[in-house]
Design a protein. Structure first.
Length: 201
């Protein structure tokens, strides 16, 4: 399945029964950040070799074996594959052919729509494709407005444009971080209104 940009945060927090997650895109730092966050969410720690394994592209043939391994003491296991490519599809398919509680997280670059690896992640019900692109101005505005609305915060159009155009806002929202705003205490039941330029950290 395709994971929409607005659902990425929720998916990273709870991947459910997903068995294969492809994290790809031109923003390599965001790819690594999201992929590692997803793997840690499942494994709990990168320090437990029974719960977490990291493979290079040259070790992709080990995917079926690692994915089918049982975690000592039970629980889910995360297998992270770096520099994933279409050549690794056969190994992913072999790993998914066997029942397992493991989650395979593949990190890849900017894959074309016709990519076999991307197609596999998008089409399978037990898999997910998470794109990592820097949002443009309109996308940033929508992300910021939606998030603030969830917090019961109203932001004026001018302040929204300033926030979306901020040099810091792109990284902030790519990482799904919360804007830090200074506002007066609100009366009970009244939404907060932002009319100035929010700052980020």
């Amino acid at each position: 399945m395709k994971v929409d940009a607005r659902r990425v945060g929720r998916f990273l927090a709870d991947p459910g029964t997903t068995r294969f997650a492809l994290v790809y895109g031109p923003d390599t730092s965001l790819v690594v950040e999201r992929g590692k966050a997803l793997a840690k969410r499942v494994a709990g720690s990168f320090d437990d070799p029974f719960r977490y394994t990291e493979l290079t592209a040259d070790q992709a043939d080990r995917l079926p074996e690692e994915a089918s391994s049982m975690a000592l003491g039970g629980g889910a296991r995360a297998v992270l594959l770096r520099d994933a490519a279409d050549a690794h599809v056969k190994f992913v398919e072999a790993a998914l052919a066997h029942d397992s509680e493991s989650l395979i997280v593949a990190l890849a670059g900017d894959l074309a729509p016709r990519s076999k690896l991307r197609g596999l992640a998008e089409q399978r019900a037990d898999s997910a494709a998470i794109p990592c692109y820097a949002p443009d101005g309109q996308a940033r505005e929508a992300l910021i407005a939606d998030h603030l609305r969830d917090l019961d915060v109203v932001i004026e159009p001018e302040a929204l444009s300033l926030a979306a155009g901020s040099e810091d806002s792109g990284r902030v929202w790519e990482r799904a971080r919360t804007p830090v705003v200074t506002v007066p205490a609100r009366p009970s039941g009244d939404p907060i209104a932002i009319t100035g330029s929010p700052t980020f950290r």
